[in-house]
Ligand binder design. Structure first.
Ligand SMILES: Cc1cc2nc3c(=O)[nH]c(=O)nc-3n(C[C@H](O)[C@H](O)[C@H](O)COP(=O)(O)OP(=O)(O)OC[C@H]3O[C@@H](n4cnc5c(N)ncnc54)[C@H](O)[C@@H]3O)c2cc1C
Length: 459
C-alpha cells in the first residue's frame, strides 16, 4: 500500500519497534475509501507533532475546520513510533552551548520550555484519560569522562553563582558519590532533574482515536509527493492516491520535511538512530532502577536508558560502533534495516554499565532503527514556511522532540487558526523557521561531527 522509495519519502516496510510490534486499531486506518477532494487544512505526518497539532486545532473549537491528516506509512510509524519514550529535557548539558549560540535569555527560555512540556504532557494524559504507561521520574545525566565531568561541574557552579537559570529542580553530585548515587560504574559526576517516560505510540494512537471519533479524516499509507500553489491562495496537495485542495497545509514530517519543501534540504537532515529493548531471561529478578538515564561517555557519545515498570529496559544511542562512519546514519532514511555493527553493543549492556547487575542475565530482546530530523543549528523549525503563506512547518527536533512537541503544537495551532505571529506564541525565539536559517552558510551540526568523520575526534 505504500509508495516506492524516492528522495526523502519514508521507506517502505520499516523494521518493527518494540512499541509498534503489536498491531493497533488505527495502524492502517483510512476514514474514507477515497481521499476528500478539499479540506480547510491538510496535516502531513501522524507522529506526535501532527496529531498534537490537530488536537489543538479542533479542541474547544466551536467552528472546527475540516482537516485531513495524511501519513505515508502506518499511523505513528516515524520517529515517534520508534523512539525511546523518554521525555527528558536536556536542560543542563545544553544550556552553555545554546547560550553561546543564541544568548543566555533564549537558552534559559528553552530550558524552562522543555521542563514545562513534561507537565503539559502529564496534564494532557490525565485530562484525556490516555493509558500510555506514563511515569514521572528523575533523569540522571551521568558523565564518565573525567575531563567532561570537570567542565560540567564548573559550568554548573557558574550557572548557580550567576543565578541565570532556575536550578531548583536540579541536583549535582560530584565524583565522590556519583557512582553510588547513579549506580553507573566509574561515574565521574551526575546531575538529576525531573523527567518522564511513556509508550509514545499509545499516546498518539489514543489521542488520534478521540479525533477520529469527532470526525477527523485520517488517511494512512498516503505519501504526499508535492504541494503546489493554485494561484488563488490555496494549495494542491498531491499524493499517491489523488490531490486535495486546501487553503492551509501543516508539514509535521520531521526528518522528511525537505522532500516536499526542498528549501529545508540543508537545514533538516535525516539521521538514523538505534534503540533496543532488554529483558532479563526467564523472568529472573533484577535490581530496580528508579531513575531514567543519559549516560555520557564523552562530548559526542551518549546513550539514554529508560527502566520500564515491568522490569525491562529501553536503551538508545549505541553511537561508538558506527558514528565515525557518516553514511551509516547521516542523511540516511533506511529504517527498513538494522545497523548490524551496532546490534551487539546492547549485549551485556546492563551487566557492564551498572553496579549490581553483573549477574542479571539481561538480554537484548529487540533492536530497531528510526529516523530523526537533525536541524543544522539544533533548533526545530516552527512557523509559517518562508514565502509560502498558508503553509506551516514544525520539524527538525534533532535528538529529542518529546519535551518540546506538545506546547510547540499548541502554539502552532494558534498560528494556523488565528494567524497569531510567531513572536506572540511564547515559543523560544530560536525555534522560528526563517529563510535566513535555511540559507545560512554556517553548519554547527557538521562542525560538531566533522572531526568524528575524519578520525580527528578523540573518542
Ligand atoms: C531511534 C530514536 C530514538 C529516539 N529517542 C527519543 C527519546 O527517547 N526522547 C525524545 O525526546 N526523542 C527521541 N527521539 C526523537 C523523537 O522521536 C522525535 O523528535 C519526535 O518523535 C518527532 O515527532 P514528529 O511527529 O515531529 O515526527 P515523526 O514521528 O517522525 O512523524 C513524522 C511523520 O510524517 C510522515 N511523513 C513524512 N513524510 C511524509 C510525506 N511526504 N507524506 C506523508 N507522510 C509523511 C512519517 O511517515 C511520519 O509518520 C528518537 C528518535 C529516534 C528515531
Amino acid at each position: 500500500m505504500t509508495s516506492k522509495i524516492a528522495g526523502r519519502l519514508p521507506v517502505v516496510n520499516p523494521v518493527d519497534s518494540f512499541w509498534n510490534a503489536e498491531p493497533k486499531k488505527l495502524d492502517d486506518y483510512r476514514s474514507t475509501a477515497e481521499l476528500p477532494s478539499t479540506a480547510d487544512i491538510v496535516i502531513i505526518g501522524s507522529g506526535f507533532s501532527g496529531v498534537a497539532t490537530t488536537y489543538f486545532l479542533l479542541k474547544d473549537n466551536p467552528n472546527p475546520p475540516s482537516i485531513v491528516l495524511l501519513d505515508a506509512r502506518k499511523i505513528c510509524n516515524g520517529a515517534t513510533g520508534r523512539n525511546g519514550g523518554h521525555i527528558k529535557p536536556d536542560t543542563y548539558s545544553d544550556i552553555p552551548k545554546f547560550a553561546k549560540m543564541f544568548g543566555i535569555e533564549a537558552a534559559t527560555h528553552i530550558a524552562a520550555f522543555e521542563t514545562s512540556n513534561i507537565y503539559a504532557v502529564k496534564d494532557l494524559i490525565e485530562k484525556e484519560g490516555l493509558d500510555c504507561d506514563f511515569h514521572m521520574t528523575r533523569a540522571l545525566d551521568v558523565f564518565l569522562d573525567p575531563k567532561q565531568a570537570n567542565g560540567v561541574e564548573k559550568a554548573y557552579r557558574e550557572i548557580v553563582r550567576a543565578g541565570i537559570v532556575n536550578v531548583s529542580d536540579m541536583s549535582f553530585t560530584p565524583k565522590k558519590d556519583a557512582e553510588r548515587i547513579s549506580g553507573v560504574k566509574n561515574a565521574q559526576a551526575c546531575i538529576s532533574y525531573t523527567a518522564g517516560h511513556l509508550w509514545p505510540s499509545k499516546l498518539v494512537h489514543q489521542l488520534l482515536q478521540k479525533l477520529v471519533d469527532q470526525g477527523l479524516n485520517v488517511q494512512a499509507h498516503t505519501p504526499v509527493t508535492s504541494v503546489s500553489a493554485n494561484g488563488n491562495g490555496s494549495w494542491s496537495i498531491r499524493t499517491s492516491r489523488g490531490t486535495i485542495q486546501a487553503s492551509k497545509v501543516v508539514h509535521t514530517t520531521n526528518a522528511y520535511a525537505s522532500h516536499i519543501l526542498p528549501e529545508y534540504t540543508k537545514s533538516i537532515t535525516p539521521l538514523r538512530g538505534v534503540c533496543a529493548h532488554l529483558e532479563s531471561v526467564n523472568g529472573k529478578k533484577t535490581p530496580h532502577l528508579v531513575n531514567t538515564y543519559g549516560i555520557r561517555f564523552d562530548e559526542i557519545n551518549n546513550d539514554y536508558l529508560i527502566p520500564r515498570a515491568d522490569g525491562s529496559i529501553i536503551v538508545g544511542g549505541a553511537r561508538p560502533p558506527f558514528w565515525h562512519n557518516k553514511k551509516r546514519y547521516f542523511d540516511n532514511i533506511q529504517d527498513n534495516e538494522l545497523v548490524d555493527e551496532a546490534t551487539p553493543y546492547f549485549d551485556n549492556y546492563m551487566q557492564r554499565t551498572f553496579r549490581g547487575w553483573e549477574n542479571s542475565e539481561m538480554k537484548t530482546k529487540k533492536v530497531w532503527t528510526g529516523i530523526l530530523g537533525y536541524s543544522f543549528d539544533f533548533m526545530p523549525h516552527i512557523g509559517e514556511v518562508p514565502d509560502k503563506p498558508g503553509q506551516f512547518i514544525m520539524a527538525g527536533f534533532t535528538g529529542y522532540g518529546m519535551p518540546k512537541i506538545l506546547l510547540s503544537s499548541k502554539a502552532l495551532a494558534t498560528m494556523v487558526l488565528d494567524g497569531v505571529p510567531f513572536e506572540e506564541t511564547g515559543l523560544p525565539s530560536p525555534f522560528k523557521t526563517t529563510k535566513q536559517r535555511n540559507e545560512s552558510k554556517e553548519n554547527p551540526l557538521e562542525d560538531c561531527l566533522g572531526d568524528l568523520w575524519t578520525g580527528k575526534a578523540k573518542l
